[in-house]
Design a protein around this ligand. Sequence first.
Ligand code: NAD
Length: 394
Amino acid sequence: MIVGVPKETFPGERRVALTPAVIPLLAKKGITVVVESGAGVAAGYPDSAYREKGAQIGTSRAELFATADVILQVRTLGANPEAGRADHDLYRPGQAVIGLCDPLAFPEVIRDAARRGVTVFSLELLPRITRAQPMDVLSSMSTVAGYKSVLLAAAELPRMFPLLMTAAGTISPARVFVVGAGVAGLTAIATARRLGAVVEAYDVRAAAREQVESLGAKFVEMPLPADSAETAGGYAKAFDEEFYRKQREKMSRVVSASDVVITTAQVPGKKAPLLITGEMVAGMAPGSVIVDLASEQGGNCELTRPGETVVFHGVTVLGPVNLPATVPHHASQMYAKNIAAFLLHLVKEGKLTLDPGDRIAQETLVAHEGDVVHPRVREALGLPGEAETKERSS
Ligand code: NAD
């Protein structure tokens, strides 16, 4: 089996799907890796590092697509809808593509790939079950984003983070409020604590309290009328506007007393809940900073503009996009481990094998044998529930 790793083409993308360290793991299973020349350079992995670990360096992108049985990417298809279009003519029927594909936001791109006979696995759809944890790219990338969000806030804030007692007087620690204590939020809490900030956090999921407290942060009490805020998959439920109105009201006091607010609240498949209004921003001290990690899903703050910095009443609101690409070395290291684990899970006796009883394969498979096969992607395209392709093996 030949696996191809093209250079990423999404604007500003600096990650790479495989790093040299994972090449031997794949070689052990008889997998040959061909990497497009320069694919890892922006992440700090030169061609020579891949060669040393036994990968081949491909001369052209067209040749790579022509020889690879499986293409591994970070952002592909729907997750790179414009620049990625140039690759569409390079796909071959029967070829498999694995990566972040954003199939629910751009289902028509998946339909085009299906028409070309490409088998597509979308890593965003990986079930969050214990067995799939080593393949969980969303958790890995949220870890990177959570870390970087605090550094962005610290660099923007006109104050320092730690408590300092100096001959020039006492510097009080920064007060950081993290909204949403999932993977990104918990990493943000840990990072802010390491920088010496006093941290408070809130999440609608009751299970988050213990995790927040174990990181040395205070869980903000907010009695809200929810029986259970958690789905069976461990995610937050969506609530009605009345719930969010009450939440905003209760959060308002904490927001106004904070120097930094980092928002990470998301509900899978839905627009991010609006938790911070312009009025709440205006209530913060001038110089305060908001970093909205939900900016690509519509934002948790009313003033957020994805990819932009907005200043309102002296408060800076950052809406960073594709944050993991700004820490490309470690983001690629984690991504590569995850995608290699996913690939090895699918490869049996040197072939990509789709076991109908395997949730990991079935829930990530979006296009196969000429059809869009994932029910949610079919629904997004207005197609009937079942694809005609019943046989799922290759
Ligand atoms: P996410 O990115 O979907 O959401 C981020 C956080 O926002 C979540 O913690 C969510 O509860 C919170 N949130 C949603 N609405 C909110 C609101 N109105 N106010 C405050 N917070 C709100 O989630 P995620 O970080 O990817 O993961 C969430 C949880 O999923 C994890 O903490 C974990 O329990 C679980 N998980 C399980 C696995 C696994 O393999 N078993 C892997 C990763 C995550």
